[in-house]
Design a protein around this ligand. Structure first.
Ligand SMILES: [Zn+2]
Length: 210
């Protein structure tokens, strides 16, 4: 777990084009300085080089973080996690790749759709007020990055989950909270876009079920 977290941060730093130095715990040093700028483009014209940091206790998103978002159409709904939003937003690049991934998944008989995506600092404050014991503090949700999605109908070892663990990395997505039955943790429906290079690196190192 610690190795994976460390690696994730290392990868984020390697590929992050605009996040500057690792924050190391001070609120002044959090992620979110300016817009991310892709370094390279692949043959389809998509930017490559994952750019997004892992949000942890020492890597957080500052209030006012302004990712490059695009509106989602045709999303589903899941519980109260959207904090009353009627339109969902996702990082433009993450959305492009999600749509490609969704199309491929459908061909294989796996139906994946988004039910929660970007949440800003104030959304998280509202959620925290509603679920004080359960919800994470504002600034520490991966959903602040705009690159993270919750999916409907993805459960441990169902068709959708199996398809994602074998293929999502090709579209730059990884599972953040992998299964740790001994700790009773894991979140099969929470996927994060990190760019294809970083996702491939994760896949090579940890395989399908990291
Ligand atoms: Zn989530």
């Amino acid at each position: 777990m610690i190795l994976k977290m460390a690696l994730s941060i290392a990868i984020a730093l390697l590929f992050c084009s605009s996040c500057g130095s690792y924050p190391g715990g001070s609120r002044e040093g959090g992620w979110g300085r300016g817009r991310d700028a892709p370094l390279l483009y692949d043959k389809f014209g998509f930017p490559v080089g994952g750019i997004y940091p892992l949000v942890t206790e020492s890597g957080f998103v500052v209030e006012g973080f302004d990712p490059d978002l695009a509106p989602l159409v045709g999303f589903s709904s899941c519980s109260n996690r959207n904090a009353g939003r009627v339109t969902l937003y996702l990082h433009r690049e993450a959305l492009q790749y999600f749509e490609l991934m969704q199309k491929e998944a459908r061909k294989a008989g796996a139906q994946i759709s988004i039910c929660s995506a970007y949440r800003d600092y104030h959304d998280q404050k509202r959620i925290k007020r509603r679920y004080p014991g359960k919800a994470i503090d504002p600034g520490y949700s991966e959903h602040h990055l705009g690159t993270t999605v919750d999916l409907v109908n993805v459960h441990w070892n169902n068709r959708e989950y199996r398809w994602l663990t074998g293929n999502a990395h090709r579209f730059g997505y990884i599972l953040t909270y992998y299964r740790r039955p001994e700790l009773g943790v894991g979140e099969p429906n929470h996927w994060r876009y990190v760019g294809r290079e970083a996702a491939q690196t994760f896949y090579n190192l940890f395989g399908r079920e990291y």
